[in-house]
Design a protein around this ligand. Structure first.
Ligand code: IPE
Ligand code: IPE
Ligand code: MG
Length: 246
């Protein structure tokens, strides 16, 4: 089924977050090295980003490297960082042509120098783009994010700029990497796994979760549109009754 025609463009999720999973299994099933799966996954990233921007999604967050992914074999970590650098170099054009702003969440400071430099360069060059914000979650872990947010808040209390009883959801939001972004509406995870893997714990409090068996390198625009279509056919009640909504 072609899901593009089925989507209601007036009811799009404004923030979609994707756990791009299954690169390794995709490669293995074809008898390739795992790293081949990561290379192939870049095509899915490009198509997903362009399609989301085209239909009018405002925020797209992609989980590219978790704080736990450092525990993978060194060769794989090095390859992922290399792919990051080469993709940023190559795709800046795509971002500019599509008026997409790039930002990042995660502990960017401790990324390898080359990756950090390239990332900050593209963030700077695209900062005035307005069609869509693409957020790369890099060296990202929700617990690390929350820990660093607690530290910021505690520091503000220590130096007197904040009182403990002034802590509220707003000040917590501001201390997170995602400070100026809206809550996530839709989480998509590929590869059949049904878990969150330390992704955006605070921000997905009321997100709709969508799991698909499609492996990330096979993920194409129609898969994105199917996820959005599925999302649009759910009732988001936010604690209310169904009757209250209609
Ligand atoms: C997702 O694919 C990419 C990253 C986590 C960086 P995986 O590499 O996790 O693929 P599987 O889960 O082993 O198939
Ligand atoms: C989550 O995928 C991280 C990214 C997609 C970057 P993983 O493949 O690392 O997750 P787990 O470890 O299987 O939960
Ligand atoms: Mg995985």
């Amino acid at each position: 089924m072609n899901f593009e025609n089925q989507i209601n463009l007036k009811k799009l999720p404004s923030h979609i977050a994707i756990i791009m999973d299954g690169n390794g299994r995709w490669a293995k099933s074809k008898g390739f090295l795992r790293t081949m799966g990561h290379n192939e996954g870049v095509k899915s990233v490009k198509e997903t980003v362009e399609s989301a921007a085209k239909i009018g999604v405002s925020y797209l967050t992609l989980y590219a490297f978790s704080t736990e992914n450092w525990n993978r074999p060194k060769l794989e970590v090095d390859t992922l960082m290399k792919i990051l650098v080469s993709s940023l170099k190559k795709e800046i054009k795509t971002l500019q042509n599509n008026n997409i702003r790039l930002t990042a969440i995660g502990n960017i400071e401790t990324l390898p120098n080359k990756a950090k430099r390239e990332l900050l360069d593209v963030i700077e060059k695209t900062k005035n783009n307005t069609r869509m914000t693409l957020i790369l979650a890099l060296n990202y872990g929700a617990r690390e994010e929350l820990t660093s947010a607690f530290k910021k808040i505690a520091n503000n209390i220590e130096n007197g700029t904040l009182k403990a009883n002034e802590i509220n959801e707003e000040s917590i939001n501001q201390a997170l990497y995602t400070n100026s972004m809206p809550d996530v509406d839709l989480v998509i995870r590929t590869s059949g796994e049904q878990r969150i893997s330390n992704f955006l714990l605070w921000q997905i409090a009321y997100a709709e979760l969508y799991f698909t068996k499609v492996l990330w390198p096979d993920f194409r625009k129609n898969d994105l549109f199917e996820a959005i279509y599925n999302y649009q056919n759910r009732e988001r009640r936010f604690g209310k009754t169904s009757e209250q909504l209609s």
